[in-house]
Write a protein that binds this ligand. Structure first.
Ligand code: HEC
Length: 106
């Protein structure tokens, strides 16, 4: 193992071990929700204000959005793409996304 760069490897391992701590603060948690919500904007428009043929959901309440997203995830509601998208998130993440959109400008 002569010449093996131990220090950078240790630094990397230490860095990765600490990375999850970055999500502990609530400011970071809010940032994480906006990042997730940005992934929806490509199709549904900013804050759910759809332009074009996509269904918008800017006027929906948090509970309605949660129900729809849970139903997409479970398959109870038929979809072309939203079932796969909803499955990519945990229920907690979907709820956070729903709360975020419901709190945005109507
Ligand atoms: C690739 C484009 C695309 C992305 C990205 C996307 N959606 Fe959708 N969404 C759709 C389509 C298309 C529908 C209509 C149902 C279907 O066919 O899947 C839909 C339907 C919905 C509906 C139901 C609206 C209604 O009134 O019927 C909600 C709520 C919704 N999406 C929320 C979201 C959220 C939240 C995200 C981000 C996590 C998201 N969508 C990301 C394409 C997308």
């Amino acid at each position: 193992m002569r010449g093996f760069p131990v220090t950078p490897v240790l630094r990397l391992a230490f860095g990765l071990a600490l990375a999850p701590l970055a999500w502990v603060g609530s400011a970071q948690a809010a940032d994480q929700v906006t990042v997730m919500a940005d992934a929806c904007a490509g199709c549904h428009g900013t804050d759910g204000h759809s332009i074009g043929g996509m269904p918008g959901f800017s006027g929906k309440k948090a509970d309605e959005l949660k129900k729809v997203l849970h139903d997409f995830k479970s398959g109870a509601r038929e979809a072309t793409v939203m079932d796969r998208i909803a499955k990519a998130y945990s229920v907690q993440q979907l709820d956070a996304i729903a709360d975020y959109f419901a709190s945005r400008k109507k």
